[in-house]
Design a protein around this ligand. Structure first.
Ligand code: AHM
Ligand code: MG
Length: 307
């Protein structure tokens, strides 16, 4: 690949090149899913069963992202350790963290899934303050990609070119459908993960209030559920659980990128105590409770959990 850096050696063109690579791979991942709805027989670093689709997506994205000039390190929810891609992270090169197939337990039931991407200007693990951009692909009835950087959030439709001959020769056509995505001011939906009996009492009390005000929309894939919140306004949570105080979602691969996107869209993100982007990581695969959505709903959540 040509030198991806801009004249100042800044993040912008590296970020563009990373999302070009992700967009180019997305239709391939999608097309490969029908034959990969089975367990792979392995567990990941978080001790979870890995589906064949997870492994394939990880492989394709790993190859494409490590080939981007300006990416110095690649880490994935499905890999124990970072892959050195050359260059010094934080000193001219960027670290890319991905969840290759978020919500892959939805493969069997044929529901939505996604790919989550965070581009960090620091060696990982790092805080979300080191993100220079984040995004996700949503494999729904339509393949869309949402990308956030410091200038804001945009949503694109990603379509595979039948002849593979579009102008950029990437094999995909990307159409911007929203160039300044903002959370709607009047929220209407909520989606909370985990079993209700496993929720702590303070979160349950908050949920009871929200159930009275908003409509439940929960699909079991964070990317799909967060995309509903970005579209309609509301709140998504994978809360701290009584027996799992750090919840389920991983800080580097899931919570930080999603918090960054929601905040750039005018919303808020909390771990129940502080802004998710300020959470100091101890390890690559740390988990963290995640609460994101309209600011007023997250303020109420923080107040409910601190009582
Ligand atoms: P995964 O990355 O292994 O798919 O796990 C994360 C997913 C999230 O997409 C989703 O919010 C959560 O797990 C759903 O968990 P549950 O099935 O416990 O509701
Ligand atoms: Mg995930």
């Amino acid at each position: 690949m040509d030198d991806a850096r801009d004249a100042e050696g800044g993040a912008e063109s590296v970020v563009d090149a990373v999302f070009d690579a992700v967009a180019a791979i997305a239709p391939e991942i999608r097309a490969a899913l029908p034959g990969r709805r089975v367990e792979s027989g392995t567990e990941n670093a978080s001790g979870e069963t890995v589906m064949a689709g997870d492994l394939y997506a990880d492989e394709l994205l790993g190859e494409a992202i490590t080939a981007v000039d300006g990416v110095g390190s690649f880490v994935s929810e499905e890999r124990e350790t970072a892959v050195d891609a050359g260059g010094s992270v934080g000193d001219g090169a960027y670290a890319v963290a991905i969840d290759p197939l978020d919500g892959s337990s939805n493969l069997r039931s044929n529901n939505a899934m996604g790919t989550v991407v965070g581009v960090y200007d620091a060696p990982l693990p790092a805080t979300g303050r080191d993100l220079v951009a984040a995004g996700y692909v949503l494999y729904g009835p339509i393949t869309t990609m949402v990308i956030a950087d410091e200038s804001g959030v945009r949503e694109e439709v990603v379509e595979s070119d039948a002849d593979g001959n579009d102008a950029a020769d990437s094999g995909v056509t990307r159409t911007v459908v929203e160039d300044d995505l903002r959370l709607p001011a009047d929220p209407t939906v909520y989606g909370f993960g985990g079993r209700v009996p496993d929720w702590p009492d303070d979160f349950t009390a908050y949920a009871r209030e929200i159930e009275d005000e908003l409509k439940l929309r929960y699909g079991g894939a964070m990317v799909g559920d967060v995309n509903q919140v970005l579209t309609y306004g509301g709140v998504f949570a994978y809360p701290a659980l009584v027996d799992a105080p750090d919840g389920k979602l991983r800080l580097q691969f899931e919570a930080n990128p999603i918090a960054y996107i929601v905040e750039r869209a005018g919303g808020a993100a909390s771990d129940g105590r502080i802004d998710v982007l300020d959470v100091e990581p101890e390890g690559l695969h740390d988990r963290v409770p995640l609460y994101v959505g309209n600011e007023a709903l997250i303020e109420r959540l923080d107040a409910a959990l601190s009582d």
